[in-house]
Structure formats: structure tokens, C-alpha cells
Design a binder for this molecule. Structure first.
Ligand code: URA
Length: 460
């Protein structure tokens, strides 16, 4: 095409014969030696070309060259004339290509196959999908799959070509016969259960699915009869998936973790405390720690919330906050301050127990500031659902989790402003347990209990 234009060959003098699939301005034809200046096309035309070259109509190149010819000969606004038959036809072609790409993104399903063992005896899992696009869209659609399934080895086989991703590079290959995907019943059954376990709820939009899923695509969807159950369950699974991904990215790059977590989860947005808790429970720790998350406890709408540091050994075993030694001291102080624990909300800045194994024991390790900050988004969301009138920070870690600032409770003790809540800072009950002598401990405990009484008065 470039050569044709350089030679100023009018569109009507060219007879196109589409034999092989070549890129419009690609390197199939080298540019003219001693070349003419670069061809600058309006952006809209360039975008149109990008889509229309993928169309299966054998006239696509002829039509595109006509449009290019007219634009370069002076009709710069050609694409704005939607009544022009050429513009109309190219527009419809581009639309059809884009729809085809959308369908490939939505309806392609990978099947898990095990590659034959290599000479060292290893065999690898390979995900294979068969798809029959209407147009030549394999490469145009490939970025989506590379992005989402970067860490898997996969192939997409199609009647007109194939794509192969080996976790580092994408290769475009020849067409593959359907037989390579295998359609025997037992693979279909295995595929169905595989599908149920890897079903990607983030892709589900039931309205669009109903609107856009022609029967043609269903024959490659052996899981079709599982879809209604999966769709119903999708929002919850989206949450869990986003949280898992956010946690994984937190481990890969802790500096970006807070933003990534917030952004990823905001996309699906937990709508209730229950949804948030399911997400937290399904997530691996955001810092090195025990796998089981200890969730907050207490009624939504509790007037007062207490935020501790992180669950301890006993809390992690029982799956409840403040049930170990520090919890028992807190219970005593709450009772003496006239606060009914069952009506309060108790949670922690960090939801997983960080510890150091020592023989059979697990010794508590304080979460570092980076780790506390990674959990902040969860804490803020949690409190936003509970909506307490007052949030009591127990100790420095809780203060950091609540404010994002490295404040000391001994300096900030008493009422404080938190964004969105009235706050109150006091010491952590475990601090009292660590004080060396009885007398100091008793005095500090008295102050702690007085703090809780003041907090109760503030709420009243
Ligand atoms: N310490 C905390 O901060 N939280 C608990 O749940 C238990 C001990």
C-alpha cells in the first residue's frame, strides 16, 4: 500500500488479490528506496485501518486503500461524512471486528492439558483453548490474554492461526486442527470441573452475557450448564480473587501494596462488612504471619469500637480477637468501666498473627510500620461499615493503623480526631502485662480503666 501511494497509483487502478495475510503497512513490502516522506494519516483513519485489516472480507485492502487515497488527496475530513458509502462500510467492518474481539475475550475458555514429559521427566501444565473468530483477530485480541494469564503457559488454537504464550513471549503459529484440543467426553467433564474451579468471576456481566452470547459460542463452553450457579456466586468470588491478587502484589512489591490493594478491591467494592470479611478471610497474610485471619467481632452499628495491634497465638487458634491474656485484662477493664463487650466492636489493625517459631511456641513479633500500613485500607473499610461513634486505639500499632502516622499513645493519650470518627487513644493491655512490678502495673491498669470509663462517657 505504501508503495502504491508513493507511486501515486489511483485506487481504481489497483486490483487486489488477497492471498496471504499481510499487514497493511507492515514489512511484507519494504519501503521504496530513497523514500518519499512518511505518510501521516489522521488518527481516526489509523484506528479504522487497525480494525478493518482484521476483517475477513477479501475486499478490505481495496476499500482501505480507497479511503487512504481519498484522504491523502485532500478529503481530510472523509471519515466524518458518515453518509459516504465507503465510510459507512468501513465503519461497519471495524465494528464487526471489535465485536469479534470482545467475544473472544468473553467466551474463550482454556482447558488444562498436561504436556508430555520432557527428557528430564518433567511435564508441565499447558492451557489450551479453541476459538473460531469470524475475523483475523488473533493478534489484535492477544494482549488481553497475555495480561491476564501472564504466569501460565497457554495456546489459543483457531482455524486461521494460533497464539502461544510461554510466560515470556508470544508466538504466532499456524492454524491448528480442532482435534488437538481434544473433545472426548472425559476431557469435557474434567474441563467442566476445572472451569468451575478457575471460573473467572471478574469477567461476568450477566446482562451482557445474555445479550451477547450467541449459541455459536456455546458449543465451545462445556461448562454452560454450570454458568447460572457460577454467575450467582461471582461477586463474592471477584472479591476474593481481587484480594488474593492484591495480597500477592503486596508481597511482590510492598511499597505499592496499599494503593494496589485499595484500587483492586475498590473495583469490585465490598458492599457489606460480611463481604469484606469474606475477602479478608480468603486472603493470604499481607505480612509474614499465620495464614488464618482473625476478623473483627461485634455488631454493626456498635457505639464503640476497640482496635488492637494484631491477633496473638490464642486469638489465631480460636479465630477471635482478644481472647488471650491481654484480652482477659481488657475484659476486666471493660467490665469495670461499664462497657458491655458483647455490644462493642473489637478488631485489630493487622488481621494476621506475626510470630517467630521457637520450639513448639510461636513468639509474638510486632508488625512493622510497612506491614501495618498494608492493612490500613481493610481497617478503614471495616470501620466504615461498623460506623461506631467512637474508636478507641489500643496502643501505638492501632494508632498507626488508624491515622497512618507514627504517633505514641503515651503522648497522644485521650480524645483524638480520626478521619471520619471521634477517636480515643490509650495503651494496649499487653503493655500493662509487660510492666515489671506489681505496683506500677496496678497504677497503669487504673489509668487504663479510667481511659475506658472516659471513652464510655464520650459515647454516652
Ligand atoms: N492483642 C491484640 O492487639 N489483639 C488481639 O486480638 C489480642 C492481643
Amino acid at each position: 500500500m505504501r508503495r502504491l501511494w508513493d507511486a501515486r497509483t489511483p485506487a481504481h487502478e489497483v486490483a487486489w488479490n488477497v492471498a496471504a495475510e499481510a499487514d497493511l503497512f507492515g514489512d511484507a513490502l519494504p519501503a521504496t528506496p530513497g523514500a518519499a516522506p512518511p505518510v501521516v494519516l489522521p488518527r481516526a483513519l489509523a484506528e479504522l485501518i487497525e480494525a478493518v485489516v482484521c476483517h475477513s472480507d477479501s475486499e478490505r485492502y481495496a476499500l482501505l486503500y480507497q479511503a487512504i487515497w481519498r484522504v491523502l488527496c485532500g478529503e481530510r475530513q472523509l471519515l466524518e461524512v458518515s453518509s459516504d458509502p465507503l465510510v459507512h462500510r468501513l465503519g461497519a467492518m471495524a465494528k464487526s471486528v471489535r465485536r469479534d474481539i470482545h467475544k473472544m475475550h468473553a467466551f474463550l475458555r482454556f482447558r488444562e492439558l498436561v504436556d508430555p514429559p520432557t527428557s528430564d521427566g518433567c511435564s508441565a501444565v499447558h492451557y489450551v483453548a479453541w476459538f473460531e473468530p469470524q475475523h483475523h483477530i488473533l493478534e489484535a485480541a492477544s494482549g488481553f490474554f497475555v495480561e491476564r494469564f501472564r504466569s501460565m503457559t497457554w495456546s489459543i488454537l483457531a482455524p486461521r492461526g494460533s497464539l502461544h504464550w510461554d510466560r515470556t513471549a508470544l508466538r504466532v503459529g499456524p492454524p491448528a486442527p480442532r482435534g488437538e484440543v481434544s473433545s472426548s467426553d472425559d476431557i469435557e467433564v474434567a474441563w467442566r470441573s476445572y472451569y468451575e474451579s478457575v471460573f473467572n468471576p471478574a469477567r461476568v456481566n450477566p446482562r451482557l452475557m445474555r445479550q451477547h452470547m450467541p449459541v455459536k459460542y456455546w458449543r465451545n463452553l462445556p461448562e454452560a450448564d454450570a454458568i447460572s450457579d457460577l454467575v450467582r456466586d461471582a461477586p463474592r468470588r471477584v472479591q476474593e480473587m481481587l484480594a488474593r491478587e492484591a495480597a500477592a502484589s503486596a508481597r511482590r512489591d510492598p511499597r505499592k501494596a496499599v494503593a494496589a490493594m485499595a484500587e483492586a478491591i475498590e473495583q469490585g467494592g465490598p458492599r457489606t462488612l460480611e463481604e469484606l470479611n469474606r475477602t479478608i478471610a480468603a486472603s493470604p497474610p499481607l505480612s509474614p504471619g499465620a495464614d488464618r485471619a482473625v476478623l473483627g467481632e461485634g455488631p454493626v452499628g456498635a457505639a464503640i469500637a476497640f482496635v488492637g495491634e494484631q491477633p496473638g497465638d490464642q486469638e489465631e487458634r480460636e479465630g477471635r480477637p482478644f481472647v488471650g491474656p491481654a484480652g482477659r485484662l481488657l475484659d476486666r477493664a471493660l467490665a469495670e468501666a461499664g462497657i458491655d463487650r458483647a455490644k462493642a466492636y473489637l478488631t485489630n489493625a493487622v488481621k494476621h498473627f506475626k510470630y517467630e517459631p521457637r520450639g513448639k511456641k510461636r513468639l509474638h513479633r510486632r508488625p512493622n510500620p510497612g506491614e501495618v500500613k498494608r492493612y490500613r485500607w481493610w481497617l478503614q473499610k471495616e470501620l466504615a461499615f461498623v460506623r461506631p461513634r467512637l474508636v478507641v486505639a489500643l496502643g501505638n500499632t492501632a494508632l498507626l493503623g488508624l491515622t497512618g502516622e507514627p504517633l505514641s499513645v503515651l503522648k497522644s493519650r485521650g480524645p483524638l480526631r480520626l478521619s471520619g470518627f471521634a477517636g480515643y487513644a490509650t495503651v494496649h493491655p499487653a503493655y500493662l502485662l509487660r510492666l515489671p512490678d506489681e505496683a506500677t502495673r496496678e497504677a497503669a491498669y487504673g489509668q487504663f480503666r479510667d481511659d475506658l470509663s472516659r471513652a464510655a462517657q464520650l459515647v454516652a
